[in-house]
Write a protein of this length. Structure first.
Length: 291
């Protein structure tokens, strides 16, 4: 049971459960390719680019290009969360804590989905043959020494263009609050000559800007051993795949083996993998830089 639950007894409680500040939903999940699956692993089949050949005469032999097939495999993992409520505690509270526990756990579980997606973007991606595929060096931009500015964003966007990513493919840029502050301190980005600058200045974040859908996240990795750089992520929906074996479910039940206390339990089973390297960019910027 939660050892802090006594803080919610009647004599110390104002009648409303207040969840402390926390991310309540998965922010990255809407921006990746999601598919329901069964089994231990799921492979995303990939067909590489080919080239035509020039016909040089009449009745020549038909050439075959042998299109290259590869794959990326997502292996499911299971996250779980549980807490308990003693009946003796429950009767001393103004509100029923069951729904509050369920909401609190649900928020934690949805944040862990983002953690799996963030990790999958840059970790080695597995294939069916058991091989591992690192994120190519060309997909890593920035030395971690400079701030997040227009030139850096343009360099990331250029990477997608160089990779021949369809310009109509929606792109997402996941950044931390530090990068947002750096953008707001960039005189070029806050110039009235740029579209939606008023929304950027008023809200600190806007949905679409400079060709990306911007997502604010505190789940991004930060490297403190060298330069204190943040690994921001830019990707398309095709870049990361999420396999859902079992979406989040919640069970609230009495435990006869534990004095009939009430257990709130939840679990999900999913797997994420970087499907197309060309559609994912790690953008390293300095967390120490102050414009």
């Amino acid at each position: 049971m939660a050892i802090t639950i006594s803080n919610a007894f009647i004599q110390e409680f104002d009648g409303v459960v207040r969840h402390l500040a926390q991310q309540g939903d998965s922010r990255l999940r809407p921006h990746v390719y999601e598919t329901p699956v069964g089994g231990e692993a799921y492979s995303f089949e990939r067909l590489g680019a080919t080239s035509s050949t020039r016909k040089t005469g009449r009745r020549v032999a038909t050439p075959f290009v042998d299109a290259p097939w590869t794959n990326r495999t997502a292996t499911p993992v299971t996250d779980q969360w549980a807490d308990t409520i003693e009946h003796a505690d429950k009767v001393q509270m103004i509100v029923d804590p069951q729904s509050s526990y369920a909401q609190n756990g649900s928020m934690a579980m949805k944040r862990s989905i983002d953690d799996e997606l963030v990790d999958s973007a840059t970790r080695d991606a597995a294939d069916k043959a058991g091989g591992t595929n690192a994120l190519p060096a060309g997909q890593i931009k920035g030395d971690g020494l400079t701030s997040f500015n227009l030139a850096f964003i343009s360099e990331v966007n250029e990477t997608f263009q160089t990779n021949d990513v369809d310009p109509d493919e929606p792109k997402c840029f996941v950044v931390s609050p530090t990068e947002v502050r750096q953008m707001l301190n960039d005189a070029t980005l806050t110039s009235a000559d740029y579209m939606s600058v008023k929304a950027l200045q008023a809200n600190g974040m806007i949905h679409n800007f400079l060709g990306f859908t911007w997502v604010l996240s505190n789940r991004l990795a930060i490297t403190t051993t060298t330069n204190n750089f943040r690994s921001n992520l830019a990707f398309t929906k095709r870049g990361i795949g999420l396999t859902v074996n079992q979406d989040l479910f919640i069970r609230i039940a009495e435990r006869a083996d534990l004095s009939h206390l009430i257990q709130v339990y939840m679990e999900w089973t999913m797997g994420a993998v970087r499907v197309e390297d060309e559609h994912v960019v790690e953008a390293r910027s300095s967390e120490l830089y102050v414009p």
